[in-house]
Design a protein around this ligand. Structure first.
Ligand SMILES: *Cc1c(COP(=O)(O)O)cnc(C)c1O
Length: 358
């Protein structure tokens, strides 16, 4: 095993080393309190500021206006697949969904439990290798749902449908905080933390107050966003450690210069990776070029018989997490915020070496 590893895993994934170090210290002694972060009450003066800082940092980094509320909730993004329609879609209502991959399909499946779903655009026939260019949105739809980055298919929306005419709802699990977007134009944004902003176990939800309270459905207390807003994300015991790790990651991002600064690095990483991929005929990128994800680069080999050899080489050279998703095969290199440019340089060098010997 190599001593330096490069972690390209898709999630839970790499986080900044400084975050791992600080979080480790706090497990033994949090803020010189003599107590572990794991043993303090969530309503104590020790933990309260953690939640407050996490929410404030999101607001600051994403430049959110007062209509948008920041929540940290339990359950992973998968819980949001049902919590979103439960709060926003009436039984007799319609919601518009884009069908761009495995994650979008899962979101659609849950929404159908709560109301009518209309597919506004789909790339299913194209094996999810592209993002739909034109959308047909029912003006009566309660919202339009998109998955800004399809982690498995390796696609990303680069032109956002801001002018859909209905509230825009986005699953940003795998590209949250990775690029500048007009965040105030979204009705609701949700993201599981474990890809780009922290440890598994917590969701970030950003919701416009304007779009809440429009359904007649009875919503269980813990699933009603309005209750979480009222209680400042402390309705019940939050996943304290996951919130703490997210807060540390948000601090790290702020110190790095914020979303704009990380976006530049992310663009450089993606450019280096895809330029290399396109220059080497041994490798093949199945995704439509304009729709390629800057977070998850999916690729295969012209000769599938060589895939095992390349995978073994990656392993030997300390490249971790490059095996493609079981449903797609091939390879996937995830380049989240915390992945340094040096890691992308290392794997692209390896790809060049490998290609030159063939
Ligand atoms: C990983 C992922 C999810 C699922 O997240 P969980 O936290 O495991 O529920 C949903 N959507 C996208 C885009 C993802 O990448």
């Amino acid at each position: 095993m190599k001593s330096t590893l490069h972690n390209f895993g898709a999630g839970p994934s790499i986080l900044p080393k400084e975050v791992f170090e600080e979080a480790s210290r706090s497990i033994l002694n949090f803020n010189d309190s003599g107590l572990s972060i794991l043993e303090i009450g969530h309503r104590t003066p020790l933990f309260q500021p953690v939640m407050e800082e996490a929410r404030t940092l999101v607001r600051e980094l994403m430049n959110l206006d007062d209509d948008h509320e920041v929540l940290f909730l339990h359950g992973g993004a998968t819980t949001q697949f049902m919590q979103v329609p439960m709060n926003l879609l009436d039984e007799l209502g319609v919601a518009a969904y884009t069908e761009t991959g495995t994650w979008a399909e899962k979101a659609i499946k849950e929404a159908t439990l709560f109301g009518k779903v209309e597919i506004a655009g789909s790339s299913k026939e194209n094996n999810f290798r592209a993002i739909p260019r034109t959308l047909r949105i029912n003006p009566a739809a309660a919202y339009l749902h998109i998955t800004t980055n399809e982690t498995i298919a390796g696609t990303q929306w680069h032109q956002l449908p801001y002018d859909a005419g209905v509230p825009l709802v986005a699953d940003m699990s795998s590209d949250i905080l990775s690029r500048q977007l007009d965040f105030n134009k979204f009705g609701l944004i949700y993201a599981g933390a474990q890809k780009n902003m922290g440890a598994a176990g917590v969701n970030l939800v950003i919701v416009s107050k304007k779009i809440l309270g429009n359904t007649s459905r009875k919503i269980p207390t813990i699933l009603d966003y309005r209750n979480h807003i009222k209680e400042a994300s402390m309705l019940n015991t939050p996943p304290v450690f996951a919130v703490y790790v997210a807060m540390l990651t948000l601090r790290w991002l702020k110190e790095k210069g914020g979303i704009g600064a990380i976006e530049e690095i992310n663009n450089a990483k993606a450019k280096l990776f895809y330029d290399t991929l396109d220059a080497l005929p041994v490798f093949k990128g199945p995704v439509n070029r304009e729709d390629r994800s800057n977070m998850n680069a999916v690729f295969i080999m012209e000769d599938a018989g060589l895939e095992k050899e390349f995978l073994d080489l990656c392993k030997k050279e300390g490249m971790v997490g490059v095996k493609g998703h079981r449903s797609v095969g091939g390879f996937r290199v995830s380049m989240y915020n915390a992945l340094p440019l040096e890691s992308v340089m290392a794997i692209t060098d390896l790809m060049k070496d490998f290609a030159n010997k063939k």
